[in-house]
Write a protein that binds this ligand. Structure first.
Ligand code: ATP
Ligand code: SF4
Ligand code: MG
Length: 333
C-alpha cells in the first residue's frame, strides 16, 4: 500500500478503572504518502489525544489501552506502540515531526532564532559544520517564508505568525516523513492561518511529506486537506475526501460542523451551528453518542451504536460514515 501511518483500533483513556475517561475509542485511520489528512471535531472530541497517543507522547494520566499504530518503513511496518525507547526516539525525531497546540510559545525567549534552528540541525546531523548549519538555518527560514535577516531576531521580535513559521521550519529541519500539526494557528488571525497552511501544503508537494492537520475549523480543512476525518466523543464518525465532505456530508454532525464556520469560498451556507454540547465522556449517551443533539435521530439511534461502516454504494466507494441513516448491509455492500 501507499500508507505511511495506519492507526488500528486505538483506545486511549485518562486514568484507570472506574474513573477512567475513554477519550479515544476504537479509532481506525490511514495516512497515505504525500497527503494532507485533516482531523476536525469540537473541543474535547479527542483530536489532541489521538495525536499524542499515536506518537506515544501522552501526558499522564493518559494511557493507550489497545490498538496498533503501524509506521511503514522501507523494511516493512513497525508498531509504534511496541517500539523500544531507542526506536521511539528515532521515530519521533527523524520520522515524525509534531507542532503542538500553542507551540509558537515554546520557542526559547532568550535565544536567537539562529541558535534554536542550528541546535536542532546539529542534533539531527552531528557531523555538520557551523557554517553549513547556518546556511541550512537560512534555507529553512526562507522555506517557510521568512527573510534570512530574521535569523538574528529573538522570538519576541517576531509576530505570532512568524514564530509559528519558525516552529514549522524547525520541524522540517528533521526531514520528517510525517508532520503533525495540532491547531497551530488558532491564536493567529484567519488571513495568517491561511497563508501558513497554504505554505505547508506547497512544501508538502516539494518535500513529499504527509501532514495530519488538526483543527476545529472545518472550512480551513476543506480548503487545504485531501481527506478529512471527523471526530465526535472520541470516535471517528465520518471520513471522506474533502470535496465529498464539503459537497455532501453524510453524518448529521459533519453537516452541523460545516454550518458552524463561514465558507472561505463557494456558495455561502447559513451559519446554524450545532445545538447542545459535546458528550460527557464519563457518561456517554447510549447508542449513537450524537443522538441527543441529532436533528435526524431515530428510535434505534438511542439503542444501537452505529459502527464506522465499510464503504458501500449508497455512501460512495472511498468514504465511511458511522450513522444509522447509512447502514452497512450485511454483505458489506
Ligand atoms: P481541543 O479542540 O479543545 O484541543 P481536543 O479535540 O484536542 O480538544 P482532547 O484534548 O484530546 O480534545 O481531549 C479529549 C478529552 O479527553 C476531553 O474530554 C478532555 O476533557 C479529556 N482529557 C484531556 N486531557 C485529560 C487529562 N489529563 N485528564 C483527564 N481527561 C483529559
Ligand atoms: Fe443521528 Fe442516528 Fe445518525 Fe446518530 S446514528 S448521527 S443519532 S441519525
Ligand atoms: Mg486539542
Amino acid at each position: 500500500t501507499d500508507a505511511v501511518l495506519e492507526v488500528r483500533g486505538l483506545d486511549v483513556d485518562y486514568g484507570l478503572g472506574d474513573d477512567a475517561v475513554h477519550a479515544i475509542r476504537d479509532v481506525n485511520l490511514t495516512l497515505h504518502r504525500g497527503e494532507v489528512l485533516g482531523l476536525a471535531g469540537e473541543s474535547g472530541s479527542g483530536k489532541s489525544t489521538l495525536a499524542y497517543g499515536l506518537t506515544r507522547l501522552l501526558p499522564p494520566p493518559g494511557v493507550v489501552r489497545g490498538g496498533e499504530v503501524l509506521f511503514h518503513t522501507d523494511d516493512g511496518p513497525v508498531d509504534v506502540l511496541r517500539m523500544t525507547e531507542p526506536e521511539l526516539r528515532r521515530f519521533r525525531w527523524a520520522e515524525t515531526a509534531i507542532v503542538f497546540q500553542g507551540a509558537m510559545n515554546s520557542l526559547n525567549p532568550v535565544q536567537r532564532v539562529s541558535t534554536q534552528l542550528t541546535d536542532v540541525i546539529r542534533a539531527h546531523d552531528p557531523g555538520s559544520t557551523g557554517a553549513s548549519r547556518l546556511a541550512r538555518a537560512r534555507e529553512l527560514l526562507e522555506l517557510v517564508g521568512i527573510a534570512a535577516d530574521r535569523l538574528d531576531s529573538y522570538p519576541h521580535q517576531l509576530s505570532g505568525g512568524m514564530r509559528q513559521r519558525v516552529m514549522i521550519g524547525m520541524a522540517l529541519a528533521l526531514e520528517p516523513k510525517v508532520v503533525i500539526m495540532d491547531e497551530p494557528t488558532t491564536a493567529l488571525d484567519v488571513v495568517v492561518q491561511r497563508q501558513i497552511l497554504r505554505q505547508l501544503v506547497e512544501l508538502r508537494e516539494r518535500l513529499g511529506f504527509s501532514v495530519v492537520f488538526i483543527t476545529h475549523d472545518l472550512s480551513l480543512l476543506v480548503e487545504f486537506s485531501d481527506r478529512i476525518a471527523i471526530m465526535y466523543g472520541g470516535r471517528i464518525v465520518e471520513e471522506a475526501s474533502s470535496a465529498q465532505l464539503y459537497r455532501d456530508p453524510k453524518h448529521p454532525y459533519s453537516h452541523g460542523l460545516l454550518n458552524s464556520f463561514p465558507a472561505l469560498r463557494g456558495p455561502k451556507r447559513e451559519l446554524t451551528g450545532i445545538p447542545g454540547s459535546p458528550p460527557d465522556l464519563r457518561a456517554m449517551p447510549t447508542g449513537c453518542s450524537f443522538h441527543p443533539r441529532c436533528p435526524r435521530a431515530m428510535e434505534r439511534c438511542g439503542v444501537e451504536v452505529p459502527v464506522l461502516g465499510v464503504p458501500h454504494d449508497h455512501v460512495g466507494p472511498d468514504r465511511t460514515v458511522a450513522c444509522w441513516l447509512h447502514p452497512v448491509h450485511d454483505d458489506g455492500f
